[in-house]
Design a protein around this ligand. Sequence first.
Ligand SMILES: *Cc1c(COP(=O)(O)O)cnc(C)c1O
Length: 400
Amino acid sequence: MPHRSGRHFLQIPGPTSVPDRILRAIDHPTIDHRGPTFQALGKEVLEGIKTIFKTAHPVVIYPASGTGAWEAALVNTLNPGDKVLMVETGQFATLWHKMALKIGLQPVFVPGDWRHGVNAAQVEAKLAEDTRHQIKAVCVVHNETSTGVTSRIPLVRKAIDNAKHPALLLVDTISSLGSIDYRHDEWNVDVTVGGSQKGLMLPPGLSFNALSDKALAAHKTSNLPKSFWDWGEMLASNKTGFFPYTPSTNLLYGLREAILMLHEEGLDNVFARHDRHAEATRRAVRAWGLEVLCVDPAEYSSALTAVMMPAGHDADALRGVILDAFDMSLGMGLNKLAGKVFRIGHLGDFNDLTLMGTLSGVEMGLQLAGVPHKKGGVDAAMAYLAECATKANATKMAAD
Ligand SMILES: *Cc1c(COP(=O)(O)O)cnc(C)c1O
């Protein structure tokens, strides 16, 4: 492969590009994970990650991709044959459902059209029907990475409470944590599943379970087989800053840096930045005369935007042209959306000019690939970002 100058644009909705500060933090000799230097690191990241989930409860860190933490959430809280309520928001909800079947649960899968988030009224109705309380958990994906649709978790919580149902609430935040506002304790979530390679700006290889007292109580009686994923030994070792088996030491150095960076910017500023880039992206899409897959503006994802292709045009052909000509990777359509949509990731270590580069690559690619569209998407995004910057400047001047 010939060398390509400049940075590759990794605009898939995860893994996201890893900032230099995190790369440098990871570039560190591996240390004894039973020694005192590690213990200090372990304590620091185990405490620090709680501030990202917004929880005072323990967070378990696995040396695994997000899929591992999905499995951990299920096997630590449930029993064989338990009913769980899941909602088909897209490909990731579908994969979690498949996993639940494989490990011997009985998921009730509420069908969806892959353009909407979780319908809380539907969840409430299903739970109200379940008068014998056979459903033991409600499992939902906060930000459905395959569609660019974000579900409103407080509404799901309210649905469970309205039905006066004792089911646990399990939430996948793998592509929203560190990008979109999320509050584990305030929203009364029992297990939150997270991953390292999306909003947290780390390479793949770490995943998380944030817990609640109710989840810990369920763990005591849960008898699905588990060993590697067992919270019990993890939490016992974590008390002193250690892990029961070898942790991903170098990724934990990266995690420490990522937590620091998110707080230096301020979580609210991080979320506002993601909102701004998502809005600019949607303005570009509309100016091109294309359609955003997400139907309800209240569910627009600030982490990514899935764009529908005009009929008869293949999203993968467009992505191929863009990769070839401009060295930019865009997300593919997954499962039934294959070829029909492409996804623009605008999460993680990202700024206004990264977005403008990204959208320029898409607009040039549309032209190059002969996809019917109108000019002016980049201009529309640029006008919006300039307007935001002007407002931010005025606010700063007034404060000075
Ligand atoms: C990426 C992703 C996953 C899968 O995580 P892996 O790290 O690939 O195992 C699950 N759920 C959502 C919402 C995701 O975005």
